[in-house]
Design a protein around this ligand. Structure first.
Ligand code: GAL
Length: 832
């Protein structure tokens, strides 16, 4: 009795403690009401496992400085529960710590539990044991699945509760999400899908979190779930319940990259336009997906073929640098939205068409009569001047929105960029006294062969008289699965292997007879949803008697999207192994006795670990273009604070580890298509992920992020590579990423700001012209007139400094005679 009284007092005490800090989250159609305050929210996705705990504070601070109110993240089930009921929340999986840092920065958080997440994450975030559970069907009305989903969801919610992370407990989390875009594929699951989504809603509500629950892309979201929008534009979206706030959970800031794909790019102008249009049309919450994309470390990249970099062309680049002008242009947009907040959330709204394509939305506060306007031009090509009568005439460029304070003063236009463009470069960190790059000595390498003798002899660990599904047979603990058989005794045949992908290395009697990957086999750029299966054909000379066929099947990230994506076959299942001889002489080896081995011996023996003594490292005769080879080197940490990258040109395909920590798969031989890039990317008109691509004809990913926290301060670092197809390590290089060139533009009456990064300074003014300069960053040219002192003035104000601010006016440039023309200053400078 006594103890339960103490418990009661303790619980009541805690409840009191929590309620005094508690933040109440409510909403109506026009606002999120947080602690009684009517708000619009600007949020951004940062996925905690795609960076490191050492990077988190800086990323969160930069998000805050960029004008964000909230950070959104998924929770990634497969990395937290790799084996059933064995959990891992350490290192960069410590999401509680991540949320606490968000809170410490004074930001809110949005918790997307999923636990299906898509996210270009391996297998959409589902652990493979889940798929391998007998009787289970994923994402549908199946008791075994629902039970597992509920156990995991409850676990996450309870961890949040224990750490007081919900707003009702004084924590940062204001919204939580269950499932993810189920509405997009629900039809394929029939009635069971409908039952499932109702169950999801009930299960979520029963978690009792006090915060509103959301479901994205779920137009029939059962009450009280709020359905939200994902896409490049969501201004026309309406939640199914008219009382729900209009929220945009994924405003795609760019797109993801595939091996063999070009770099996606979404302009700052178009992104800002989409956000402004959304708020003009009643939006309440906008979340950037991604605000920082980061890196797919380890085997976390989804697939097939999602690259290791998840940069996403987000406002913060993969390494955490400001992606300018995107970050700065959005920062200014956010400030203008905050200026409009009380009008957006309280005002009476009236939208009228001023002319074709041009709409004026007026927000009026009933109490005071104060006004705020948004004026949009949604034409792809035409710039217009809107006559707003007494309020004045306003020039609105095509595909832009102007914010008008008091409906009469332009404070922001989405197409007018006042932020500098920063062109990032990679360089060696060491410099001489003049700031010139000093190339370090070449790395010296050791090597070890992957021990494959056992598998070349056909010796596996288990057998089956059929070709198994790779993910089922391997539990997805490795990219590799050996399929081996040894009963064939016919001469001169052609070996035909049909595989579901994504790669195959075929050995006959201990010799590699060929390798192939999906993209190469199809001779095309692969896209998500494509069929990655292919056929491998090769003539082989079999001998009389026993022949051994050893097929190493390779996956490159498991599918993460689509109805029943989890059931997509991988490896040789449903394919077949045929041996075709002359005439009708053919053997179907598909139902032969197959021996299996999961993963590589080097993986099992931890060759990637510099402390492991299992590998036979050799420093003589370091081979070139040798498949299945481990390489090792050591080097000093590049000086300074700038992000470090590993350049892997020369290598083929494989996996890289720094001091034992995975930096992900590498594949610099996957070259992006040579056509379809757009040097003159036009922000006007609807964006899709094929528009404005860059990096044609180059390796899709040449540089690989090595977080500084993976490097040692005082001792040397060990880099270990597993090379699968063959490469040469001599050109591998470690460099830092920094701002190389900066460019900016500003019209008379504004300030032009330039800055380098860290301790770099503006070393040279390559171009400066105050007048009517033409062109864009990298290709500025003089116009018809300019102040002759342009370069001298900018040099005086900026050269040798880390940053400078120029008041763009005729007097700054010593002009007294131009009178009433509006001129522009364009500058291009080098940072060193
Ligand atoms: C959405 C999904 C996200 C992400 C995005 C594309 O469909 O909800 O998780 O995959 O597409 O980057």
């Amino acid at each position: 009795m006594a103890s339960s009284r103490t418990e009661f007092v303790l619980v009541a005490g805690l409840a009191m403690l929590c309620s005094c800090l508690a933040i109440k989250v409510e909403y109506d159609a026009n606002a999120l009401i947080i602690d009684g305050q009517r708000k619009v929210i600007i949020s951004g996705s940062i996925h905690y496992p795609r960076s490191t705990p050492e990077m988190w504070p800086d990323l969160i601070q930069k998000a805050k400085d960029g004008g964000l109110d909230a950070i959104e993240t998924y929770i990634f089930w497969n990395v937290h529960e790799p084996r059933r009921r064995e959990y891992d929340f350490s290192g960069n999986l410590d999401f509680v710590k991540f949320f606490k840092l968000v809170q410490d920065a004074g930001l809110y958080a949005i918790l997307r539990i999923g636990p299906y997440v898509c996210a270009e994450w391996n297998y959409g975030g589902f652990p493979m044991w889940l798929h391998n559970t007998p009787g289970i069907q994923l994402r549908t009305d199946n008791d075994i699945f629902k039970n597992e989903m509920q156990v995991f969801t409850t676990k996450i919610v309870n961890m949040c509760k224990e750490a007081n992370l919900f707003a009702s407990q004084g924590g940062p989390i204001i919204l939580a999400q269950i499932e993810n875009e189920y509405g997009n594929i629900m039809e394929k699951y029939g009635d069971a899908g409908k039952q499932y989504i109702k169950w999801c809603a009930n299960m979520a509500v029963a978690q009792n979190i006090s915060e509103p629950w959301i479901m994205c892309q779920q137009s029939d979201a059962p009450e009280p779930m709020i359905n939200t929008c994902n896409g490049f534009y969501c201004d026309q979206f309406k939640p199914n319940n008219p009382k729900s706030p209009k929220m945009w959970t994924e405003n795609w800031t760019g797109w993801f990259k595939l091996w063999g794909g070009r770099d996606p790019q979404r302009t700052a102008e178009d992104l800002a336009f989409s956000v402004a249009r959304f708020f003009q049309n009643g939006g309440v919450l906008n979340n950037y997906y991604m605000y920082h994309g980061g890196t797919n470390f380890g085997r976390t990249a989804g697939g097939p073929y999602i690259a290791t970099s998840y940069d996403y062309n987000a406002p913060l680049d993969e390494y955490g640098n400001l992606n300018q002008p995107k970050w700065g242009h959005l920062k200014q947009l956010h400030a203008s939205i905050k200026q409009a907040e009380k009008f957006l959330t309280n005002g009476t709204v009236e939208t009228k068409s001023v002319m074709n394509f041009v709409d004026l939305t007026k927000f009026t506060l009933n109490a005071t009569g104060e006004r705020f306007c948004m004026l949009s031009n949604s034409d792809n090509t035409g710039d217009y001047t809107a006559d707003l009568g007494e309020d004045g005439k306003f020039f609105v460029p095509a595909w832009s929105v102007t914010f008008l304070q008091n409906c009469s003063k332009e404070v922001y236009n989405t197409a007018k960029i006042n932020t500098q463009t920063s062109v990032m470069v990679t360089k060696h960190s060491e410099e001489d006294a003049y700031g010139n790059e000093v190339k370090p000595a070449k790395l010296s390498w050791m090597w070890a062969p992957e021990p494959i003798q056992d598998t070349l002899k056909g010796n596996g660990r288990f057998e089956a008289a059929q070709l198994l599904d790779q993910k089922e047979a391997s539990g997805d603990v490795s990219d590799y699965l050996w399929y081996m058989t040894r009963n064939i005794s016919l001469k001169n045949m052609t070996l035909r292997v049909s595989t579901n992908g994504h790669g195959l290395h075929a050995y006959v009697n201990g010799k590699l007879i060929g390798s192939q990957f999906s993209r190469q086999a199809k001779g095309q750029q692969m896209v998500t949803g494509d069929d990655y299966s292919f056929g491998f054909d090769k003539a082989v000379s079999l001998k009389k008697g026993l022949n051994v066929i050893s097929l190493l099947s390779v996956t490159v990230g498991l599918a993460n999207y689509g109805a029943f994506y989890d059931l997509k076959p991988t490896g040789l299942i449903n394919g077949g192994v045929l041996l075709n001889g002359k005439g009708n002489n053919s053997i179907n080896a598909t139902t032969y006795q197959w021996s299996y081995k999961v993963g590589l011996n080097g993986e099992a023996q931890q060759f990637h670990d510099p402390n492991s003594r299992n590998a036979n490292w050799n420093s003589t005769k370091v081979p070139k273009n040798r498949p299945m080879t481990w390489y090792k080197t050591s080097f000093k940490t590049p000086s300074g604070e700038e992000p470090v990258v590993l350049g892997l040109l020369g290598m083929g395909k494989g996996h890289a580890w720094m001091n034992g920590k995975s930096i992900g798969r590498y594949w610099p031989t996957q070259i992006a298509e040579t056509t379809g890039c757009d040097a003159h990317c036009n922000y006007k008109g609807s964006y899709n992920d094929g528009k404005c691509r860059t990096n044609c004809g180059n390796p899709s990913q040449r540089w690989y992020h090595v977080p500084r926290s993976f490097l040692n301060n005082n001792t040397d670092n060990t880099l270990i590579l597993f090379e699968e197809v063959g490469g040469a390590p001599w050109n591998v290089t470690l460099q830092v990423v920094t701002v190389g060139t900066v460019c900016a533009n500003a019209y008379e009456g504004n300030n032009l700001e330039l800055y380098c990064q860290g301790d770099r300074r503006i070393s040279e003014i390559q171009f400066a012209s105050f007048g009517d300069p033409q062109g864009t960053c990298g290709s500025f040219s003089l116009g018809n007139y300019q102040a002759t002192q342009s370069v001298a003035v900018v040099e005086k104000l900026c050269a040798g400094r880390p940053s400078c601010l120029i008041d763009v006016s005729q007097s700054t440039f010593g002009i007294s005679s131009w009178g009433n023309v509006t001129s522009r200053l364009a500058v291009q400078a080098v940072c060193k």
